[in-house]
Design a protein around this ligand. Structure first.
Ligand code: PGA
Length: 251
C-alpha cells in the first residue's frame, strides 16, 4: 500500500453544525500537500450534508456506522445504499465503542458484507481490551478477525482497511499509549491470520492502520517505525491544529 491514510473519527462530536463546519474548513484550508496520502473524515451523519456542500476535493467523507438491514422498517437506521447514494465511500465498523454497547462480531460481519455489496470501503476496527504476558491478546485478535471476515471472499479484502485499535490505548481513559513495536507485532500477526484464511498475496497487500491516542507526537513513529499504512484519529481529529500536524507527519 503506497498511499497512507489519515482517518478522522469525530465520534459524537461536535454538538453543532456551525462547529462542525468550522473544524472541517480549518482542516481543509490547512491541508497543503496530499501527495501519497488520503484524508478521510467520518463525522456524525447529521453533518455529512453540510460538509459535502463545501465540495472539498482534498477530503473524503466517511460514516461511523451503518445498518445491518438493507432497507425497510428499521427505525433510526441508515442503510448502506443511502450512504453510497450520498457519496460516502468509507464506513467504520466494529469500533470498540460500538462493541461496548453490544455490537458482536456477527453484527460486524453482516455490516461488512453490506458495505462490500454496495461497493463501499470498510474501516474494520479490531483490538483487545487488555494485554497479558501469555499472548492471549493475540488469539483474541485472531478470532475477532476471523469471525468478522467470515465468508468474505479474498477479492474483497482490498476494500477493507484493518484498523488495529488496542482498547487500552483508545480515548481519554487510555491507560497508556501503544508503541510502534507493539503495533508491528500485531500487524505481523494479522497478516499471519490473513494467510491462514486466504493466502500470502492477500496478506501482503492488506491495509493495516493504527488507532488509539494517535497524536502529533507519535504518528510519525507509527508510520515510520511501525510501518502502519495510516492512522485512525479520535480526539485529535477535532482539533484542526493537531490534526493538520498529524497529516503533515505523514510524508
Ligand atoms: P482516540 O480515538 O484517538 O481519541 O484515542 C481513536 C478511536 O477511537 O478511533
Amino acid at each position: 500500500m503506497n498511499k497512507k491514510l489519515i482517518i478522522a473519527n469525530w465520534k459524537m462530536n461536535p454538538t453543532s453544525e456551525k462547529e462542525a463546519e468550522k473544524i472541517f474548513l480549518s482542516i481543509s484550508s490547512g491541508i497543503k500537500n496530499l501527495k501519497n496520502k488520503d484524508v478521510i473524515i467520518c463525522p456524525p451523519d447529521i453533518f455529512l450534508s453540510k460538509l459535502k456542500s463545501f465540495k472539498n476535493k482534498k477530503i473524503i467523507l466517511g460514516a461511523q456506522d451503518l445498518s445491518i438491514f438493507e432497507n425497510g422498517s428499521h427505525t433510526g437506521e441508515i442503510s448502506t445504499k443511502m450512504l453510497s447514494d450520498f457519496g460516502v465511500s468509507f464506513v467504520i465498523v466494529g469500533h470498540s465503542e460500538r462493541r461496548a454497547i453490544g455490537e458482536t462480531n456477527k453484527i460486524v460481519n453482516l455490516k461488512l458484507k453490506n458495505i462490500l455489496k454496495n461497493s463501499l470501503n470498510a474501516i474494520l476496527c479490531i483490538g483487545e481490551q487488555t494485554r497479558d504476558n501469555d499472548g492471549h491478546y493475540l488469539s483474541f485478535i485472531g478470532s475477532q478477525l476471523k469471525s468478522c471476515l467470515h465468508d468474505i471472499p479474498k477479492s474483497k479484502i482490498k476494500n477493507i482497511i484493518i484498523a488495529y485499535e488496542p482498547i487500552w490505548a483508545v480515548g481519554k481513559d487510555a491507560t497508556r499509549e501503544a508503541t510502534p513495536d507493539e503495533f508491528v507485532e500485531v500487524k505481523i500477526f494479522i497478516k499471519k491470520v490473513l494467510v491462514d484464511i486466504y493466502n500470502a498475496k492477500v496478506a501482503q497487500s492488506a491495509t493495516i492502520i493504527y488507532g488509539g491516542s494517535a497524536n502529533p507526537k507519535n504518528t510519525k513513529m507509527f508510520i515510520e517505525q511501525g510501518e502502519a499504512d495510516g492512522v485512525l484519529v479520535g480526539r485529535d481529529s477535532l482539533n484542526p491544529k493537531n490534526f493538520l500536524e498529524i497529516i503533515n507527519q505523514v510524508k
